[in-house]
Design a binder for this molecule. Structure first.
Ligand code: GDP
Length: 135
């Protein structure tokens, strides 16, 4: 995948609270083109696989339980400098530290239920997009 793509998920809390539309709107207003889009419920096994990189972290089991607690929306996004620009648009992991105007500032409830995922590198964007959408 080219460096102009990133991967996102709208997390279960935001889906359950009817924020799919609001978040997709912020994404499009931020200049991103939605290339792929899918609403799906992750099993605990699939969620654990997605977050395997975090398996040694103390919050891993809570994170897997949370990410499999309801539907998510997965998407591939396109824009110049997509990975970095999308991290800016979503804001800090902990919404208490998220800047004004970011998706997490507006929609996140806690450091865990923080509304959206955004890939942290081009390499992971490609791996994560393939996890949901194949090659
Ligand atoms: P991100 O790249 O900003 O999503 O943050 P990380 O890669 O560090 O963490 C992945 C996800 O794990 C976050 O988006 C949160 O949903 C969750 N998470 C991160 N830190 C914590 C924490 O300290 N406690 C809990 N319960 N969840 C966390």
């Amino acid at each position: 995948m080219a460096t102009n793509r990133t991967f996102t998920m709208i997390k279960p809390d935001a889906v359950a609270d009817h924020h799919i539309g609001g978040i997709l709107s912020m994404i499009e207003q931020g200049g991103f083109r939605i290339v792929e889009l899918q609403k799906v419920a992750l099993s605990a096994e699939r969620a654990g696989e997605f977050y395997a990189v975090h398996r040694e972290r103390p919050f891993y089991h809570d994170l897997v339980r949370y990410m499999s607690s309801g539907s998510i929306v997965a998407a591939v996004l396109e824009k110049d400098n997509a990975v970095a620009d999308f991290r800016t648009l979503i804001g800090a992991t902990n919404p208490a530290n998220a800047a004004d105007g970011t998706i997490r500032k507006k929609y996140a409830k806690s450091i865990e239920a923080n509304a959206v995922h955004g890939s942290d590198s081009d390499e992971n964007a490609q791996i994560e997009a393939e996890f949901f959408f194949g090659k």
